[in-house]
Design a protein around this ligand. Structure first.
Ligand code: BTN
Length: 321
């Protein structure tokens, strides 16, 4: 895998000879040379000097090998980066149905022809700027815990983005990632279940990263934002994906080890919705009240004017001023 060479070049951060890579990685000199070629074709800039060897001096902004070289271990199995897909959630669904694709596979695309948002909406997916990714998981969870996966993904993305230029991201229940009241990202979780077990879950994540404010379609310009629009800087998409995957893995393992308490507490700390008076549209039904808390399954607990507490599993929420 070229990611071994990449990891090696990154760790050394200086010229390394082909002979040394060949002996330390246990591959032939020809294999080293071929892998360097693959990395260069992917956009990595690798300088070669005849008496000194190879040195990595630049990386592309989105690369499967770059991501795989950073998320080592047992949790993340395979990373696929496509140039263009219909929707990464669709690719993930068909891969996990047609093949025995394992838990921990990640599908990323540079652009989506038919990116999907919640409630049947379109997810704007121009090329070269944003993150569109889907995580395939076969979690050992009951179907009623599916919402926990959205909670987990939104907490992981928030933590990752807070570490990216210090963005003050908050979560609007159930899955919107906001900065200054505007949407910087969203999550679309789709689950196939057996009666007592989730068979597989596809967690789709969209983050507006380097898109310029003026390049949002006019109809969403006032409600959408991007990491670049907020910080004035461009960020490597691979770098943000790596952070999201690491934050996700950490919390998933914690959830399995210690239960859902700490995850839900962290969600509460990041939430901008709790304590607010809100209106929630659930299809034709509209309810209003105070968003009091989320319960153990990630459902919103809404205190109605009558004083009764209503559990809401999904809907479109508007904060009332
Ligand atoms: C939302 O409406 O807030 C959810 C948006 C989810 C968008 C992501 S982009 C990657 C994945 N593929 C899709 O088609 N949708 C999700």
């Amino acid at each position: 895998m070229p990611e071994n060479i990449l990891r090696f070049l990154k760790e050394k951060d200086k010229f390394v000879s082909g002979a040394r890579m060949s002996s330390e990685l246990g591959i032939s000199r020809t294999a080293v040379w071929k892998k360097i070629g693959i990395l260069r074709r992917q956009g990595f800039i690798i300088k070669a000097v005849s008496s000194r060897g190879y040195k990595l001096i630049g990386s592309p902004d989105l690369s499967a090998d770059e991501i795989a070289s950073e998320v080592q271990g047992d949790f993340w199995k395979r990373i696929f980066v496509y140039e263009s897909v219909d929707s990464t959630n669709e690719v993930a669904a068909s891969l996990s149905i047609r093949h025995e694709i394992g838990s921990g596979t990640v599908i990323v695309a540079d652009t989506q022809e038919n990116g999907r948002g919640r409630l049947g909406r379109e997810w704007i997916s121009p090329p070269g700027v944003n993150i569109y990714m889907s995580i395939i998981l076969k979690p050992d969870l009951e179907p009623r815990d599916a919402t926990l996966l959205t909670v987990l993904a939104s907490v992981a993305c928030t933590a990752a983005l807070r570490n990216t230029g210090g963005l003050p991201v908050t979560i609007k229940w159930p899955n919107d990632l906001l900065v200054s009241g505007k949407k910087v990202g969203g999550i679309l979780t789709e689950v196939r279940s057996e009666p007592d077990k989730i068979r597989n879950a596809i967690i789709g994540i969209g983050i507006n990263v380097n898109i310029e404010k003026n390049n949002f379609p006019s109809e969403i310009r006032s409600v959408a934002t991007s990491v670049r629009a907020e910080t004035g800087e461009n960020f490597s998409r691979s770098g943000i994906i790596v952070r999201i995957l690491k934050e996700f893995e950490k919390r998933y393992k914690l959830l399995k080890r210690t239960g859902r308490g700490r995850l839900l507490d962290e969600w509460r700390r990041f939430a901008s919705t709790l304590g607010q008076n809100v209106r929630i549209a659930m299809g034709k039904e509209v309810v209003s009240g105070r968003a009091e808390d989320i319960d153990d399954e990630g459902m919103l607990l809404l205190r109605l004017r009558s004083g009764a507490l209503k559990k809401i599993s999904s809907g479109e929420i508007t904060v009332l001023r």
